[in-house]
Ligand binder design. Structure first.
Ligand SMILES: Nc1ncnc2c1ncn2[C@@H]1O[C@H](COP(=O)(O)OP(=O)(O)O)[C@@H](O)[C@H]1O
Ligand SMILES: [Mg+2]
Length: 352
């Protein structure tokens, strides 16, 4: 439903041009929650602002439901923007308006009759659980409640898409969770497509279906959240996943493992470092002990964690396996037949 095609954005900076986005192409499907993650300055906000043309890209195309956004007249673009909701890190509420009137604002701007506005805003207040706060002012409510107002306001004109730029970054973890649950519920109940920007992998893990990872203006990796967590390709992705799931070995173990692997490389050791990832029921089966028995291998579990992604159990495990290389190869092949992603590492990644 949203096609971002070969989009580049160059800004004039104080010390020369800045390439905020470099040739990005992404295709976002109707009804999904699509996450865009990256470090600060990666180009996320610039990219999401090109979707509603708050930034007009230097190059490339934006198609929304097949319509080329760049070719719209000023008035057609204004109309189209009404159907793209947006929420922000700092909520952007009007402090002189009550909760009710903040949510009503986009409807007033669209010239909706008073009575319809009342009905609509009351329904939205129910949806975001703020009916009791309708007559309060932004200064009188909590950060989480302010973001709920922001969400209700963004939904007022029945958008096709909701763009969320770091909407939970100013909130504590518990409030973040409740806002993410609300977004997920809206996504499910209204079938609303959500494009969600964040610098926290935790947010991606909790509600996104697919994810794109950005670094220095480029999309360096994208795919299903489960697949990316299972087998991240780019070091930046690995390090960001490492924030959530400790994929790198604890420092204390690193030296020991490094020595063992060096001995194996030099031909007088039999140690192999494996990283396994498994999903769903596979995570619950005693596959490991079976493999150890079957192939006559010794396993030393260095690090492990079971997590939940998209309501499925997701396990990651680092093992030092001792045994002949041929047996280890067979064990790896066997594990793959059991839906376990296996990666043999011949070096020890450092934790930072
Ligand atoms: N209007 C602008 N003028 C000049 N440079 C900008 C402008 N907006 C963003 N940038 C630069 O573009 C890069 C990407 O910024 P941004 O999209 O805000 O990243 P993110 O949201 O991932 O933190 C940064 O180097 C930033 O300084
Ligand atoms: Mg940003």
């Amino acid at each position: 439903m949203i096609e971002i095609k070969n989009v580049s954005q160059r800004f004039k900076g104080p010390s020369g041009p800045v390439d905020a986005i470099r040739n990005v192409s992404l295709s976002i499907k109707k009804g999904e929650i699509f996450g865009i993650i990256g470090r600060s300055g990666a180009g996320k906000s610039t990219l999401v602002r090109t979707i509603n043309l708050l930034n007009r890209p230097t190059e490339g195309q934006i198609l929304l439901d097949g319509q080329n956004m760049m070719s719209l007249s000023a008035s057609a673009l204004r109309e189209e923007r009404r159907h793209i909701g947006m929420i922000f890190q700092h909520f952007n509420l009007l402090s002189s308006r009550t909760v009710f009137d903040n949510i009503a604002l986009p409807l007033e701007l669209a010239g909706v009759p008073r009575e319809t506005i009342r009905t609509k805003v009351n329904a939205l207040l129910e949806l975001v659980d703020l009916a009791a706060q309708a007559n309060r002012y932004p200064a009188q409510i909590s950060g989480g409640q302010k973001q709920r107002v922001g969400i209700a306001r963004a939904l007022a004109n029945d958008p096709k898409v909701l763009l969320s730029d770091e909407a939970t970054s100013a909130l504590d973890p518990e409030t973040t969770r409740s806002i993410l649950e609300l977004l997920k519920r809206i996504n499910k109940e209204l079938g609303l497509t959500i494009v969600l920007i964040t610098h926290q992998m935790e947010v991606i893990k909790m509600i996104c279906d697919r994810v794109a990872v950005m670094e220095a203006g480029e999309v360096i990796e994208h795919g299903n959240v489960l697949d990316v967590f299972r087998a991240p390709k780019h070091p930046v992705t690995r390090s960001m996943i490492g924030d959530v799931i400790a994929m790198e070995l604890p420092k204390g173990v690193q030296e020991f493992v490094r020595t063992r692997l060096a001995q194996t490389r030099e031909g007088h050791g039999e140690d192999h470092l494996l990283r396994l990832a498994f999903v769903g029921h596979d995570a619950e089966e005693p596959v490991l002990s079976e493999v150890a028995r079957r192939f006559g291998l010794d396993f030393n579990i260095l690090h492990g964690q079971i997590d939940e992604i998209q309501e499925q159990a997701f396990g990651s495990l680092a093992l030092l396996v001792r045994g002949p290389a041929a047996q280890v190869e067979q064990a790896k092949a066997y594990l793959r037949t059991r839906n376990v992603t296996v990666e043999e590492l011949d070096h020890v990644a450092t934790a930072d």
